[in-house]
Design a protein around this ligand. Structure first.
Ligand code: PEP
Ligand code: MG
Length: 601
């Protein structure tokens, strides 16, 4: 039975509002939730509730005669996982983090403990349920016990138990990790409490209508991957997963960050109309694909693409990108139990370099840590965003870093490859990076392997300290790229992944505008190319401001590229500079937003 709206609303959740349902909802009570729109557009579809992308398992009863076979099925899966773990421990590469082997040993111990190897067998017999369900049931019992523990180390082992269970589930299903998906994907809107960037990347294989999550901010990596899927999405809805029922009709208005649950017929019809109009607008934009991005005054602007996986390069080419301004290589390391070795990485980077046929391909070295972690190397730390992340992690794992540098250098022989280093803040970090690049080159020279000897090495400006001491970067590096997502996170002290502070994300905060402006000014003065590759670069509302501040190289998700190009074509730099000067003098983001909106009218 459909719960009454009052029962579904958490009294604290001011983001929920009931809708006037006079038109008569097709089914269920109509209400609206407000969150942060991640990607524009409108999606209409049926809700599909996802707990985590990986642990959706079937639950069914079995006949008494099937019990032994079901227990044997579980035993086979456990034996298969045991063999996998032994095999993985034997093949840990030399460059792997030291914890990796210990982590695999720990998982083997968990697997062999009777709480996992015996208890689910007992559940199958007692409950007559399938092996997957028995396993998940046992995992939930264990999770409760771990949560009740005082010792923080032991409490954290809950995640290890979950990972082991996931492995066994995978073996039971006989397939790779994959969320269960309804048959009509294109009519489905995924509703989740939280999705990790690793979960999100799995959705690249599917064609859902849209996504909504309770957690997350607009520049969390989960949101960034959602945006790269070019689907309407909203994050930070707080209670969507609890309030929405499977199969209910949903409308996502990505631009407004509004989710309408069980819309009435009139609302549905209005949104269907708007959806068709938007599709038409997008179709029209495609005509700009081969048009050079030039301002009214004839200045040529580079519009490059951000990618997460090598196959994303197709979308970049399709959108007419003039290069890859950011290849987030860490996504090659997620959703797997081993690490990609040098040859595998080399092939991935070479494929992108070759596909771009001489256009620049900026390969960022691993930005692992914080919300993107590899099995066995996830040193979460008390404050992950401020912890051992990105270049800090790589410098702590030199073998892993050297392996990647070698792979990138080898790929540089096949196109115009550049190396980009994330999260630099200190002189000694830049020096250490350059030293490792020299070492990687020496190793390739010793093997007579070809690479581009003039390869450019650049640094990301994403920590305020970097923006404020840019001369360090400009002296030692060939280019800089401003990562506004992190620059905003660290300037305004708001965790990108925390929906509780997502409303404080403000690209027009005077401190942010001033750091971006200062970086572009200093780089131009030193004659060092500077790009912006954070989400600000793909926000059409900010295109004029960035042009006026002196930006000539943007990098963004391919889906945003043509809309930004349209904005560039409509802009006169003289006007944009005057506008930027006004925004720089403005201490109120709302007023700045107003100024920018008026300038585009
Ligand atoms: C950024 O921080 O702006 C950036 C481009 O890097 P990422 O979003 O991957 O942290
Ligand atoms: Mg960043």
């Amino acid at each position: 039975m459909e719960p009454h709206l009052d029962e579904r609303i958490n009294p604290d959740n001011r983001a929920v509002s009931p809708n006037n349902n006079a038109g008569g909802a097709p089914a269920g009570v109509s209400f609206t939730l407000h969150g942060a729109g991640v990607a524009g557009g409108i999606a209409i579809g049926r809700a599909h509730l996802v707990s985590t992308a990986r642990l959706e398992v079937a639950h069914y009863e079995i006949a008494a005669a099937e019990i032994d076979a079901e227990v044997a099925r579980l035993d086979r899966a456990v034996a298969q996982v045991r063999a996998e773990l032994v095999g993985l421990a034997d093949s840990v590469p030399a460059g792997a983090p030291t914890e990796m082997r210990a982590f695999l040993d720990l998982h083997r111990m968990i697997l062999d403990d009777s709480t996992l190897s015996q208890a689910p067998r007992d559940h199958i017999r007692a409950q007559r349920c399938n092996a997957e369900w028995a396993l998940v049931r046992q995992m939930e019992l264990l999770a409760e016990q771990f949560e009740a523990m005082d010792d923080p180390y032991l409490r954290e082992r809950k995640a290890d138990v979950q990972q082991v269970v996931e492995r066994v589930l995978k073996a039971l299903l006989g397939t790779a990790h994959a969320p269960t998906v309804p048959s009509d994907e294109t009519n489905t809107i995924v509703v989740a409490h939280d999705l990790s960037p690793a979960d999100m990347i799995l959705f690249k294989r599917h064609r859902f209508a849209g996504f909504v999550t309770d957690m997350g901010g607009v520049t969390s990596h989960t949101a960034i991957v959602a945006r790269s899927l070019d689907l309407p999405a909203i994050v930070g809805l707080h209670h969507a997963r609890a309030l929405i029922g499977e199969g209910e009709t949903l409308i996502i208005d990505g631009r407004q960050g509004v989710l309408i649950v069980n819309p009435d017929r009139q609302v549905l019809a209005e949104y269907q109309l708007r959806q068709r109009e938007l599709a038409l607008e997008r179709q029209k934009l495609k005509r700009l694909r081969t048009t050079p991005a030039t301002t009214i005054d004839g200045v040529s602007i580079e519009l490059q693409a951000n990618i997460e996986l090598p196959q994303d390069v197709e979308q970049a080419i399709e959108a007419g990108a003039t290069g890859i301004g950011l290849f987030r290589t860490e996504f090659l390391f997620l959703n797997r139990d081993d690490l990609p070795g040098e040859d595998e990485q080399f092939e991935a980077y070479r494929n992108v370099a070759q596909a771009m046929a001489g256009k620049p391909v900026t390969i960022r070295t691993l930005d692992l840590g914080a919300d993107k972690t590899v099995n066995g190397a996830d040193r979460i730390g008390p404050n992950p965003a401020l912890g051992l992340r990105a270049i800090r992690f790589c410098l702590a794992e030199p073998q892993m870093f050297l392996m990647q540098l070698r792979a990138i250098l080898r790929a540089s022989h096949y196109g115009k490859v550049k190396i980009l280093i994330p999260m630099l803040a200190h002189r000694h970090e830049i020096d250490a990076v350059l030293q490792y690049v020299r070492q990687a080159r020496d190793l390739l020279d010793a093997q007579d392997l070809p690479y581009d000897r003039d390869i450019e090495i650049g640094g990301m400006v994403e920590i305020p300290a970097a923006a404020l001491s840019l001369s360090l970067f400009l002296k030692k590096l060939s280019f800089v790229s401003i990562g506004t997502n992190d620059l905003i996170q660290y300037t305004l002290a708001i965790d990108r992944t925390d929906d509780m502070v997502a409303h404080l994300y403000e690209p027009l905060h005077p401190a942010v505008v001033s750091l971006v402006a200062g970086t572009l000014r200093a780089a131009a003065k030193a004659g060092v190319p500077a790009a912006v590759c954070g989400e600000m670069a793909g926000d059409v509302a900010l295109t004029r401001l960035l042009l006026g501040l002196g930006l000539r190289q943007f990098s963004m998700h391919p889906a945003q590229l043509l809309a930004v190009k349209q904005e560039v074509l409509r802009t006169s730099l003289a006007d944009a500079e005057a506008l930027a000067a006004r925004v720089l003098r403005c201490d109120d983001p709302e007023k700045s937003r107003h100024l920018l909106a008026r300038s585009g009218a």
